[in-house]
Design a protein around this ligand. Structure first.
Ligand code: ATP
Ligand code: MG
Length: 496
């Protein structure tokens, strides 16, 4: 900055400098915020992406409404803008039912006073786009408000104007994006007034921080959508059990963090979790990465070990040569380390078996029942929908009872079997923890996961470790592995 620019404020994402009495310099940092809290990890070049997108839209919408942009600086993240008197209103336009709109609708049948038809599903397209303003909280969370409250803040006439302009902008951009295969589910604007009292679009426009972008070809109402915005960061943070206040104790488990070597989660101790490695394990690395991203310190343990290192939990990951030519897990259960695992489990240690690991636990009689070839006699490999049957086990504390989950399966012998008596006992004891909503393998009673009667050994056919990375989607595996990490951490703290 050549001229004397005076720092006049910091937003969650932008730094504000005054250039002169009429102009501001807005510098978009690489910070990312969610639930109005700035996360500790920056996303390289995010500020440039926001600036570029805003510039793109400001150029295309200035016929609809003037905007604050005067010039873009060569660093691609700084913009010279007109200094405005900002309206104390976040102007949200929605074409689909998502986020806080969906929450409000589910609770009240309306969003910000807009009565909507009954029976709309999550992510459903609204009959007409609606304007749903919220307060612009100086601290804490913005709150959705209705027309009367908004009119009180800016006056009825100005309200009508921002409503009309917001909806026009939304319609314009969503048409443009839809032709290119992207749905803009909703978006937020900030407006200000110039010295003559004219309405001017300010801040940013149609960025992934202010909007929900959904790939049109994967759009399917009735569930959350895959997205090109920061929704996955929200979703990930929802799985962490974080209270959404400062400090943000957890970072998103995204590629950025992985590439940067995953900085330690601030404050929270990392429980050591053993991940067994058999000669045929192939999901051991993914299990370790997933556990690490969820705040554990994974320790790989070779099958020939006779003792476990000091760990608070043990994971038996998936693999392919645990004796599949005999009966899955029938040989692996005799590995020396399994004696140590049995002692650990008998002492109340936390043990999780995934896929082949589940088979090994059944063969070792640490879990009831058995796994047989899929009734189709075909290998299945796809995401499957599941429902949480028991949310109060140590492996499902982060889940809600009845919560639908999606996780991948990939197995040829995942058909869970228990005879009538055993099944009745498992049902009566609440030991069936997850059930398939679409049974991929013929499991009896749609069983996808069971727990032993003392509640410390858990096995499931779906792969939670393949479902924690927001870039790969889905992320529901984090609920199961995160619950395990929470329980392991508690045990570490209790032992200390
Ligand atoms: P979020 O966008 O996540 O709600 P924030 O409100 O803290 O976070 P930032 O985008 O980090 O916002 O900071 C930008 C700040 O600058 C906001 O307070 C915004 O109202 C203000 N602002 C944007 N454009 C102008 C402008 N032309 N004149 C005056 N203030 C502006
Ligand atoms: Mg902002």
């Amino acid at each position: 900055m050549s001229e004397a620019a005076v720092h006049v404020g910091s937003g969650k994402v932008r730094e504000l400098f005054q250039l002169d009495s009429e102009r501001l310099l807005l510098v978009a940092s690489d910070r990312i915020s969610t639930f109005d809290v700035v996360l500790p990890t920056e996303i390289p070049d995010k500020g440039r992406v926001l600036t570029g997108l805003s510039g793109f839209w400001f150029a295309r919408t200035r016929e609809l409404v003037p905007n604050h942009l005067l010039a873009l600086r060569p660093d691609a993240r700084s913009t010279e803008c007109r200094r405005l008197e900002m309206l104390p209103l976040e102007c949200v336009a929605r074409g689909y039912l998502a986020g806080s709109g969906w929450k409000d609708y589910r609770a009240t049948g309306a969003v910000c006073g807009h009565e909507l038809p009954a029976g709309l599903r999550e992510s459903e397209r609204l009959p007409e786009p609606i304007f749903t303003p919220s307060t612009k909280a100086l601290e804490g969370h913005d709150e959705n408000i209705d027309r009367a409250q908004a009119e009180e803040l800016v006056g009825a006439e100005r309200f009508a104007e921002v409503e009309r302009v917001s909806l026009e902008l939304y319609r314009f951009a969503s048409e443009h994006a839809a032709k290119r295969g992207i749905l803009i589910a909703d978006t937020k604007f900030e407006f200000g007034l110039d010295p003559d009292g004219r309405l001017v679009l300010a801040d940013e426009a149609f960025t992934p921080d202010s909007s929900r972008f959904w790939p049109a070809d994967e759009y399917e109402p009735g569930r959350p959508q895959p997205s090109f915005d920061k929704q996955f960061v929200h979703d990930h943070c929802e799985t962490l059990g974080w209270d959404k206040n400062y400090p943000a104790a957890h970072e998103p488990a995204d590629r950025v963090l992985r590439d940067q070597g995953r900085p330690a989660m601030s404050g929270l101790p990392r429980p050591r979790v053993g991940v067994l490695v058999f000669p045929g394990s192939n999901d051991d690395r993914d299990a370790a990465l997933a556990l690490e991203s969820l705040g554990a310190e994974p320790v790989l343990v070779w099958h020939a070990e006779r003792d476990l290192p000091g760990v608070s939990a043990v994971v038996l990951p998936g693999g392919f040569s645990y004796g599949d030519y005999l009966r899955c897990g029938a040989i692996a259960r005799f590995a020396p380390v399994m004696r140590a695992v049995t002692r650990f489990a008998e002492d109340g240690g936390l043990v999780l078996g995934i896929c082949n690991g589940f088979q090994v636990l059944c063969e070792a009689r640490l879990l009831p029942g058995a796994l047989r070839p899929n009734t189709s006699l075909s290998f299945v490999c796809r995401d499957v929908p599941l429902a949480v049957e028991q949310a109060d086990t140590l492996f499902t504390t982060r889940c809600e009872p009845g919560q639908p989950l999606s996780m991948p399966v990939k197995h040829g012998e995942g058909c869970y079997f228990a005879d009538g008596d055993l099944l009745a006992e498992l049902e009566a004891n609440g030991q069936i923890v997850l059930r398939y909503l679409e049974n991929p393998n013929g499991s009896v009673a749609d069983v996808a996961a069971v727990i032993n009667d003392s509640g410390n050994v858990f096995g499931l056919m779906p792969h939670p470790e393949h479902a924690v990375d927001p870039l790969l989607w889905p992320t529901d595996g984090a609920l199961v592995l995160g619950s395990l990490v929470d329980a392991a951490r508690e045990r570490t703290l209790a032992a200390a």
